[in-house]
Design a protein around this ligand. Structure first.
Ligand code: GLC
Length: 536
């Protein structure tokens, strides 16, 4: 099957991941193949033609393992099986084979920081005595205070509230996320052995790599010291906290790299690491560690030319210092969709289109979150009774349901083709206007956002200068960015007004077409243009 995997640039048989465009499938919301209102593996299998024609190189599937779904699959009860709501192990095998036959690699999620509270290990731990080997697989502690009635330290859960829950026998257990997600004890060799075995299970099944959930979280500072102040609930921040980004975590990634390298075909590890600085992030992608790390510094950059330039420069520089490619990402299943972050409505969409062309022109690998190629906004007005994300339950302002609304495939029909006639309603309701944003509505329109992504990915594939490599900044007016990559030039106008500059060459693609006046070009507000230089 592997010979059907095409590398981004003909002739580069290795290091496919250095410039891969990887499409994130949030399985629950991508396509419903069995009509129960929830996306599944069968649904994905039915959309592989779409994904291959979109022009991406690989898929990242969010967790589809057996789970009580307290955090929609990020609470895994059995790491070696598929949850019935998503299908069966045979479906997973079938999906891998079909994806490979379509020339698409497949990365799956692994969740090593915590298990579900329904995982056999945690059930055994609850049934066992304090101090037993069963409890040693997790982080159990006696409480503070005279009678142990206070949590062992001041750590807060990412979802809000204390990171500790007390058991009837008086011990407390640590959960950096929901109480249904107890943290594993990575000081215990048994935990290492179990995860090595889980990774092998999926590698043997044919996956091309892993997205490692909370890759900065497994190792906690010795003695579990207090942070010393409240308001620790952010994944990203400028300070180092005793539960994230500890140096010891790199030992785990080194061991996993050795495991990945023992398989043929360059299987990769991608860190979901919210490190405080690009330098700290680069630690995760040293040559003997993981291949990639998500660049959340890029994702969180506001719409501002100087800020973008700074984050791009710093990302390229710091990844380059360890010989790793940079990655670029604008949205995922944990953050507000970027159309909305950039201002929403027409403005947000204009900026999102411009941002897509900027991202796809930068050196390195790109992550696309399902639906961004359709220009989907965040759904901000979901009815209260549907809101189920544990983060929102604890912090109403910060829910993640609005970026997880199912994908509209068809102009009309119930749930716009997410299911099929007769299917149950989709698990989150879809806005009535989404038919216009559907795949069907955009597929044959080159000016649509889908058309823009498809053309951009085709150009990116064709042009040697794009993907891996470097860039050279070019002089450009305030509020704009311009860089060259060989004969290729990218200009971005991040201002809300048109900007004039000398035309760099011939237009290859634009998020919004520029206007010409002789040698001068007028860039549209909030737009990106790809050029081929005249003088090369
Ligand atoms: C990661 C996932 C997120 C999940 C959390 C806990 O950040 O992306 O969805 O809630 O880990 O596993």
């Amino acid at each position: 099957m592997t010979e059907l995997i095409h590398d981004h640039h003909a002739g580069t048989a290795t290091a496919w991941w250095r410039d891969a465009v990887i499409y994130q499938v949030y399985v629950r919301s991508f396509a419903d193949g069995n009509g129960d209102g929830v996306g599944d593996l069968l649904g994905i299998r039915g959309k592989l033609d779409y994904l291959a024609e979109l022009g991406v190189d690989a898929l990242w599937l969010t967790p589809f393992y057996t789970s009580p779904m307290a955090d929609f699959g990020y609470d895994v009860a059995d790491y070696r099986d598929v949850d019935p709501i998503f299908g069966t192990l045979a479906d997973a095998r079938g999906l891998l084979d079909d994806a490979h036959a379509h020339g698409l690699r497949v990365i799956v999620d692994v969740v090593p920081n915590h298990t579900s509270d329904r995982h056999t290990w945690f059930r055994q731990a609850l049934a066992a005595e304090p101090g037993s080997p069963e409890r040693e697989r997790y982080i159990f502690r006696e409480g503070a205070g005279e009678n142990g009635e206070l949590p062992p330290n001041d750590w807060e859960s990412i979802f809000g509230g204390p990171a500790w829950t007390r058991l009837p026998d008086g011990q407390w257990y640590l959960h950096l996320f929901a109480p249904e997600q107890p943290d594993l004890n990575w000081e215990n060799p048994e935990v290492h052995a179990e995860f090595a075995s889980i990774l092998k299970f999926w590698l043997d099944l044919g996956v091309d790599g892993f997205r490692i959930d909370v890759a900065h979280g497994m190792v906690k500072a010795a003695g579990l010291p207090d942070v010393g102040h409240p308001d620790q609930v952010k994944m990203i921040g400028s300070e180092v906290v005793p539960f994230f980004d500890q140096d010891g975590v790199h030992e785990i990634h080194r061991a996993w790299r050795r495991l990945l390298d023992s398989y043929p075909g360059e299987r990769i590890g991608v860190a979901e690491a919210w490190a405080p600085t690009p330098e700290r992030l680069a630690g995760y992608v040293r040559p003997d560690e993981l291949h990639q790390a998500f660049n959340f510094h890029f994702l969180t950059t506001p719409w501002d030319a100087e800020r973008f330039r700074a984050v791009i420069e710093e990302s390229v520089l710091t990844a380059g210092l360890v010989g790793a490619p940079t990655t670029w990402v604008l949205s995922n299943h944990d953050v507000k969709r970027h159309v909305t972050r950039y201002g929403g409505g027409e403005l947000g969409l204009r900026r999102a289109r411009a941002a897509a062309l900027l991202m796809l022109a930068l050196p390195g690998s790109v992550y696309i979150y399902q639906g961004e190629e359709l220009g989907l906004p965040e759904v901000l007005d979901l009815p209260e009774e549907f809101l189920r994300d544990p983060q929102r339950l604890r912090n109403p302002e910060d829910g993640r349901d609005g970026c997880r609304v199912p994908i509209p495939w068809a102009v009309s029909g119930p749930d716009f083709g997410f299911g099929f006639p007769g299917s149950q309603d989709s698990w989150l309701p879809m806005p009535g206007s989404w038919g216009e944003l559907s795949v069907e509505a955009q597929l044959d329109d080159p000016d649509s956002t889908l058309g823009l992504y498809r053309t951009a990915l085709a150009v990116r594939r064709e042009r040697e200068e794009l993907g891996d490599g470097s860039l050279t900044w070019l002089k450009s007016p305030e509020g704009t960015l311009a860089f060259g990559r060989g004969a290729f030039v990218c200009t971005v106008n991040l201002t809300g007004a048109p900007v004039d500059l000398p035309a760099p060459g011939r237009v290859l693609l634009a998020s919004d077409p520029p206007a010409f006046d002789g040698e001068t070009v007028r860039l549209a507000p909030d737009s990106t243009v790809w050029w081929e230089r005249d003088d090369d």
